[in-house]
Design a protein around this ligand. Sequence first.
Ligand SMILES: Cc1cc2nc3c(=O)[nH]c(=O)nc-3n(C[C@H](O)[C@H](O)[C@H](O)COP(=O)(O)O)c2cc1C
Length: 174
Amino acid sequence: MDMLETILARRSVRQYTDEPIPDEKLNAILYAGLAAASSKNRKPWELVVIQNRGMLDSLCTCRPGAANLLGKCTAAIVVCADAENVDVWVEDCGSAITQMHLMADAIGVGSCWLQVRMRKAEDGRDTADVVRELLGIPAKYGVMAILALGMPASHPAPKTIGELPLHKIHHEYF
Ligand SMILES: Cc1cc2nc3c(=O)[nH]c(=O)nc-3n(C[C@H](O)[C@H](O)[C@H](O)COP(=O)(O)O)c2cc1C
């Protein structure tokens, strides 16, 4: 599969089996994140791997409804970074999570990006505060997103070039 085929095949997967993710696959996903580009090569991201069922279920409270997929996945990676020391921590975290999401799909692991930053929990608190409290993440760390992971129970169809929003490509002038 060439790179564009791999990218077109990547989809958000929200249905998982109970089968655990093999360690070598989980490690490959984490290595893909750590290999991401980062501004000034600061590598500010921290990746918190959650496989404990109780903690995954507790994390469901971080967003009303939207976080329910954490109750179905078998693992999750919380992506956070020192927001006090790195001005572009959001972009850096986005780079890491994108690579992990793509890597997961390429090796047959389903994954879905669950937004944390700028979102609210069931109790009205910031989603990031709930996640920080549950996982012991220091206050100065911005929590950007959680990548939910699991062996896919189903996988949406790959995209085709024809269904891409090609009108968003502008040549020479907007
Ligand atoms: C910044 C960002 C935030 C997202 N947040 C969520 C989310 O909170 N919950 C969710 O189920 N999917 C989330 N997604 C996944 C999108 O819904 C998904 O990428 C989009 O519908 C396109 O589907 P595809 O990933 O299968 O191409 C997010 C994606 C991005 C890039």
